[in-house]
Write a protein that binds this ligand. Structure first.
Ligand code: PA5
Length: 445
């Protein structure tokens, strides 16, 4: 079970009591569905409410992908991408596509950037092998996935013909409207739903994330069980008995003390993409009206050799939340070397996880001494269950945090600004006026 340790947060004795009424009010606003963005709370009781029939269909589609293909290309961006990739790397590790445990296919993520080199690399990795595509877009008109879908759809149709491609394309999109819904119905693709009451960054335990995760070999029933157990646990209204609420309270206290940056640090490379998922969840939900904690993710010990200096000794604006995985899957010991030229014989026979833990504890104390408060979230192990549990923990905390800040945690109006400029500069119809004004500004650069 996930646990939260805040002994090193540097709290003064009265601080939790001081925010208790505010946190309680934010928690009730969420539970009673009376706050800003309340129409987007489909994630809140997801384990009770999700569509069981669609879940079974996701499992069947994943099996079909595994029977027909060696590779799945999952196409999407932002909320339509990050959760599935975070889940697969969390469980399968960063080399999951090479190690191929169980029935899972290799999963590559396209449509999350506009890089021709990245896209061509995926085409080269597929080579002559059989592949399927899951295109994931609520709107169907998001530039990056729309461009990638055209490219991979063309490759599928060239390889298998239109009818064969139809058997290998899965569209996850709006239930009724939007460009992709229309295209999928016209072409006869199997479709899955991005629910209307769940925003992109809360969607990874809907079909959006579940199909790529299942095709890649994750046990999605275990993911949902972890989510369900966390959902039940974090309904507890007593602040000190509810770690999700407590985490929100601690972040708020640290924020009001001028700690405006939160670093989510893990000591496990398999959690790198989880850090990317966390950054979207926090930044898109809280970063509004010139408020919010800026989320950063780091992977230690790697990043101790890059940003470690700053965390120890730079401007004192950050605190650290360590996401610690207690049990490694493998025991790998440091061999003894009689020559001892590197001076490492003090660690001969020591397991790497033991060294990792000492590094974590030593770093924690050093950073606290340097003025960076520390919270520690511990999970027992990296598995499907823990992924579902963690996802729900962060959803719930973040929603309480957003209400504490007084913002709507469920919209993302700021994301539109870059899109408008990009559409104008690309010459999309309807943006002609904006295009002229932008080009004038660009001349001055
Ligand atoms: O969280 C969000 O809402 C965004 O990150 C979207 O998921 C992202 O922009 C993709 O949108 P769509 O699914 O419409 O292609």
């Amino acid at each position: 079970m996930l646990t939260l340790n805040y002994q090193n947060a540097g709290l003064r004795p009265h601080e939790l009591e001081a925010v208790r009424p505010l946190v309680g009010a934010a928690f009730r606003t969420l539970a009673d569905r009376t706050g800003l963005g309340r129409e987007m709370l489909g994630w809140h009781d997801l384990p009770d409410a999700y569509d069981r029939e669609e879940f079974a269909r996701i499992q069947r589609a994943a099996k079909k992908i595994q029977q027909q293909s060696e590779v799945l290309v999952a196409i999407g961006i932002g909320g339509s991408y990050l959760g599935a990739r975070a889940g697969l790397e969390f469980v399968k590790g960063p080399f999951g596509n090479r190690l191929r445990q169980g029935d899972g296919v290799e999963v590559y993520f396209a449509g999350s950037n506009l890089s021709p080199d990245y896209t061509q690399d995926i085409l080269d990795i597929i080579g002559d092998r059989d592949f399927s595509v899951n295109v994931i877009s609520k709107s169907g008109t998001t530039t990056e996935p729309a461009a990638a879908f055209r490219i991979f759809k063309a490759k599928l149709e060239e390889k298998y013909g239109k009818a064969g491609a139809r058997e290998r394309i899965y569209a996850t999109t709006d239930a009724k409207k939007g460009a992709l819904r229309g295209l999928a119905e016209a072409e006869g693709y199997e479709t899955f739903v991005v629910p209307d009451n769940i925003g992109g960054r809360f969607s990874c335990l809907s079909a959006v994330g579940l199909l790529p995760m299942a095709a890649g070999g994750m046990e999605i029933e275990r993911v949902m069980q972890g989510c369900a157990d966390a959902c039940a646990r974090y309904r507890e209204p007593e602040l000190l008995e509810n770690d999700a609420m407590l985490y929100a309270a601690l972040r708020f206290i640290l924020y009001t003390r001028g700690k405006t940056v939160e670093i989510l640090a893990s000591y496990e490379p398999a959690l790198t993409m989880f850090g990317e998922w966390y950054k979207q969840l926090m930044a898109e939900s809280e970063g509004k009206e010139h408020k919010g904690l800026f989320p950063v993710s780091a992977n230690f010990t790697t990043d101790l050799h890059s940003i470690g200096q700053f965390i120890q000794d730079g401007s004192r604006t950050m605190f650290e939340t360590v996401l610690w995985v207690k049990n490694a899957r493998h025991a790998v010991a440091v061999p003894h070397d009689p020559a001892n030229v590197d001076g490492l014989n003090f660690a001969s026979g020591m397991d790497l996880q033991q060294m990792n833990e000492k590094a974590m504890l030593g770093t924690l104390l050093a950073h606290v001494d340097g003025g960076a408060p520390n919270l520690v979230l511990t999970i027992e192990r990296r598995d499907d269950y823990a992924f579902g549990e963690l996802v729900y923990f962060f959803w719930k905390s973040l929603a309480v945090s957003g209400y504490l800040l007084g913002v709507n945690p469920f919209d993302q109006p700021g994301v539109e600004a870059y899109k408008k400029n990009m559409f104008a500069l690309l010459g999309k119809p309807g943006y002609e006026g904006a295009k002229a004004a932008l080009e004038e500004r660009l001349k001055a650069l």
